[in-house]
Design a protein around this ligand. Structure first.
Ligand SMILES: O=P(O)(O)O[C@H]1O[C@H](CO)[C@@H](O)[C@H]1O
Ligand SMILES: [Mn+2]
Ligand SMILES: [Mn+2]
Length: 398
């Protein structure tokens, strides 16, 4: 029985989204701009020279980027040996849940609620609810922010007063940063869990616990981040597989993103290399007929949002070498599909995601151009490969 491995390289966009200007992102191109910076010798920290991704490029990554956007992709010029194409998103959000749900077959049918970029950013009733649940007289932050500067700005006051640091971003999120020892990790997680239902009812996509440790001047976020996400609006590829009696394996954030619907086994890890160890184990062990769905978040969280071009390039190169070994372990009948959920161009202004097309790179199913397709076509294709019924608007390209 065929197996499928669906691998999301979080934020590895390839430009060219027809509605990029609606998001303020005209011209953004995560992959092409990283490749250009590398070729120009401006991404020399911890790596050097032109971007080298022989395995992903061999499947068609450079070709997909040129198709999506018409951009030059220096260093990525292989003749593809996989099935390759570029996918366009229709959901009105460039966030992780929108991207993942849509590539799992379900575009988002609603408009997300975003908090205004004002100070305060949050309505009084919400602040009052946070205070009631946390047992504090107030909150810190109450604004749009990037996660590291906000704890540097308010961390000392947080340790003094015990007030939680609440912030949002261009995503539909309510994030709470709090110190693991002084505020308490369990208390932070419980606070986020208690707040989530009312925020979900407002169509705020996620409540996110952002714990940190350390002393003033040396705060560090920990791996104990927890996302409380709104549930997908309809059954996704994971549910289609589970209800057809197939085993589903979720690596990394996939469980959280899908509100734990349709998940057979969860495989978490402290970083992306640990997550790739799970993928390597599952390519050896996963059951016939099973679906393995993986998210590799560090491209986005460590390098895209931090606008760290060299770091992003280095992470891509390390990932690519792991992909090389992984591909040799696929069995006859296996499909491996590499894609992304949105962009996060580290050369672009600001610190947010960017609206882009994403690569579609399929191994194990021959060679050839898929062309431009829809995010939902990926779910339909995986379902067709597994021989399970699909739902929704997607069409298989296999
Ligand atoms: O800057 P940090 O806290 O990492 O926030 C980032 O992570 C959040 C969720 O993915 C987004 O809102 C984005 O802004
Ligand atoms: Mn993402
Ligand atoms: Mn992100």
């Amino acid at each position: 029985m065929s197996r499928a491995f669906l691998v999301v390289m979080d934020s590895v966009g390839i430009g060219g989204a027809p509605d990029a200007a609606d998001f303020g992102d005209a011209g953004a191109n995560t992959l092409a701009h990283i490749a250009a910076e590398c070729a120009a010798g401006r991404a020399e920290v911890g790596r050097s020279g032109p971007l080298r991704l022989p395995h992903l490029d061999g499947l068609g990554l450079g070709a997909a980027c040129r198709l999506a956007s018409g951009a030059e992709v220096p260093g990525l010029t292989a003749a593809p040996s996989g099935r390759w194409g570029a996918a366009t998103e229709v959901s009105r959000g460039k966030d992780t849940p929108s991207g993942h749900w849509e590539l799992a077959g379900v575009p988002v049918p609603w408009d997300w609620t975003y908090f205004p970029d004002t100070q305060p950013a949050f309505p009084e009733a919400l602040v009052a609810e946070v205070c009631r649940l946390a047992g504090t007289a107030g909150i810190l932050g109450n604004c749009h922010a990037s996660g590291i500067p906000i704890i540097e700005r308010h961390g000392a006051e947080h340790l003094r007063s015990g007030w939680p640091i609440c912030y949002t971003s261009a995503d539909s999120v309510f994030q709470i940063a709090a110190h693991e020892e002084s505020f308490g990790l369990d208390r932070l997680i419980a606070l986020c869990a208690a707040l989530a239902p009312s925020l979900h009812a407002m169509k705020v996509g996620r409540v996110i616990a952002r714990p940190f440790t350390g002393q003033v001047g040396a705060f560090q976020r920990t791996a104990n981040r927890r996302d409380f996400a709104i549930a997908p609006p309809a059954p996704t590829l994971l549910d289609w597989a589970a209800s057809a009696g197939r085993m589903t394996h979720a690596i990394g954030k996939i469980g959280d993103i899908f509100s734990h619907r349709g998940i057979g086994r969860l495989h978490k890890g402290k970083d992306d290399l640990a997550l790739f160890d799970h993928l390597d184990r599952l390519v050896a062990e996963a059951e016939p007929g099973s679906l393995t769905f993986a998210n590799f978040v560090e491209f986005d969280s460590l390098y895209g949002h931090r606008r760290d071009v060299a770091g992003y390039a280095r992470a891509l190169e390390v990932f690519d070498s792991r992909v090389g070994t992984f591909l040799t372990r696929l069995r006859p009948g296996d499909l491996a599909l590499f894609t992304a959920d949105h962009g996060n161009d580290p050369t672009f202004r600001g610190t947010e995601h960017t609206r882009e097309r994403v690569p579609v790179l399929a191994a194990g199913v021959g060679a050839g151009e898929i062309g431009l397709c829809a995010f939902t076509d990926m779910a339909a294709s995986v379902a067709a490969h597994l021989g399970i019924p699909a739902q929704g608007p997607g069409r298989s390209f296999l």
